[in-house]
Each structure stands twice: as structure tokens, then as C-alpha cells.
Design a protein around this ligand. Sequence first.
Ligand SMILES: NC(=O)CC[C@H](N)C(=O)O
Length: 354
Amino acid sequence: MEGFLNLQDGQQYSGEASASWESPIQGEIVFFTGMTGYQEVITDPSYKGQIVVFTYPLIGNYGINEDDSESSQPQVSGVVMLHCAEIPSHYKATSSLKDYLNHHGIPFLTGVDTREVTKAIRNGGTRQAVIANKLCLPAEADQGGFIFEASGEKLKTFGKGTPHLALVDFGYKQSIMTALMEKGASVTVVPFQDIHKIMELQPDGIVLSNGPGDPKDAVAYLPKLKNVLDQFPTLGICYGHQVIALAYGGDTNKLSFGHRGANHPVKDLETGRVFLTSQNHNYVVAEESLSQTELINRFYNVNDSSVEGLNHLHKPIITAQFHPEAKPGPEDAGWIFDDFFTLISLEKGEKIYA
Ligand SMILES: NC(=O)CC[C@H](N)C(=O)O
């Protein structure tokens, strides 16, 4: 059955529809450039409200497995591919990608000229789009506020190790939890709306998670957040990084078409070293806004010079716009977690955990 991807400005691309849709499925159209990692992308809560175009032409080769999901279900609004493997081949595969998406009712199109769509996004920017069986235009804007859906509802502690970390949940990726626990930490997940409860927990440090949508959706919580962050060593990842910048007086902008892939080069201004990172974001911290703050730009993106991470001048607060948990993608940035654990140890005047 024929299906269409309709962009906000009237551009239309045809393909094979996974189903017949009575009403169109709307989302923000974005593209991901990694050759692998589709399972992590589809299940990453940061992709809530987005239709993902995979630029690699053959998706689904190794199916879906029990280990690689970033949350318990798909989070994307829709998927657009050129080819999707019918018969996956991997010893861990428990289903094909098509079966998985169909099982969860996630609409997808195959046979779409994904290079053409990606060029349109690169030229005209990220925008609203719909997947439908007919020509139709999306509504002007998305509903926003996705962090309220993505964040969990209750405090929950995992593990018994040291240090004890509070993971402020804006829709955290499982691989952040895994990375922290692999380094020996115990982790209490704290919904961002319950940030004040961190004072009762008295953790050794705080990690602010990734999350979907605009960091300014969290603006009402920033004063409380800053009050807590002022008192603990903190690591902000992606959305968490953006929210820290806002809480300490910086600003954020939206990039034209964002960074989504597994090979984004980042330069560390402290060491001069360039390393490859996994990324997934639309928003960036506005560099010029930092001059009025106590934050300094530590990392920048080699492709477009955008801000990729910050240090606080006087407090043990570090941030990364990229994903040190590296799923999907290169592990080159994993040392950020070691630096954070060292920071915690130094703050406590104790032995180095990392
Ligand atoms: N991965 C993330 O945390 C994404 C952050 C934010 N939603 C953005 O698009 O910039």
C-alpha cells in the first residue's frame, strides 16, 4: 500500500506504508546518520515526538534484541527508511525490526528516497511532517512538553554501590544507568519534578539525564534545580547540559537540523584532543550567552563550532552535549564518567573511585 511523507512546506515523498492510517501521524522530521544503532534510536526517549529518517540505506539487518533498548518501548512517532531487512541475521535477534514496529503500532515507510528527504531537511531545517496514505499538511507546531511524558513518576534506587548518585530523570536512556552502574555506582532515579527530594537523599553526586524537546520546557523548575545543583557535584548530559546552562543564566537556541549520528567530532579545549561522539540533539547552548555566567565552554563541535560541553568556574559541575554513554556509537567519550567520579571523590576528600 502506498504511503506518503508530507513535510510542512508541501514537499511530498512516496513509499511503501506499513499500514493504512485513518488519521495522519505527525512528528518533527529529523535524520540519523549512523550505519547501526537503529534499536537504540527508536527506543531513546529523547526522540519522543519525532519522525526519524535513517540515512543509511539498509536498516534492520541485525533485527531487534533483548539488550539494546534505551527504554521499554519505541519512543519515536514514526520511521522512514529506504530498505528494511525482512529477515534479520544476528544470534541475539528476537524479532525483525518491521515486526517490532508493527507490534508496537509505530508507523513506518520503506522505499523512500531518504537521501532526498535528508537534503530537504538540511536545506530547509527540521520541521513538522506527517506520515499518511494521502497528501496532507501537518499542523503548524508540535504540542511540546515531552519531558512530562518521558520522566518517570517515582523515585527508584538501583544497585548498592558507591558513589550514590541521583539521576534526574527527563526521560533517561538505559545506557546512562548502565554506564554509571558498571562503574560501581548506585543510582536513585528522581523525576525532575521531584528535584527537591534530592536534599533528603544527600547523594554523592547528581547526573542530569537526556530528554526530549526544548530545554525551556523545564524553565519553571530551574530555580529549584539550581538550588540543588549548587550543593552537589553534577554531570549534565545532553538535555541535562542544556538545562544546567539555562539554570546558571545561559541561553539555548535551536539548530537548523540538529546533530544525530555516531561520528560527530568534538574538540576538548583543555587538552586540544578531538574525539568522536554519539549525538542526538536539536538544541544547543548559545555560546555568546555564557559571557554573563560562571560557565565556560570546554568542548566544541568541529563541524559547526557549536558548544558541546561546559565547566562551572567555581563549582564541581561539568556537562556534555554529546553522549558519553555511547549508545549507539563510539566509546571515545566514556572518560567523562571517570572525570565525574574523580570530581566526586575530590569533593569528598576521599580516595579516587574512577
Ligand atoms: N538527547 C537529548 O537529551 C536531546 C536534548 C534536546 N531534546 C535536544 O533535542 O536538543
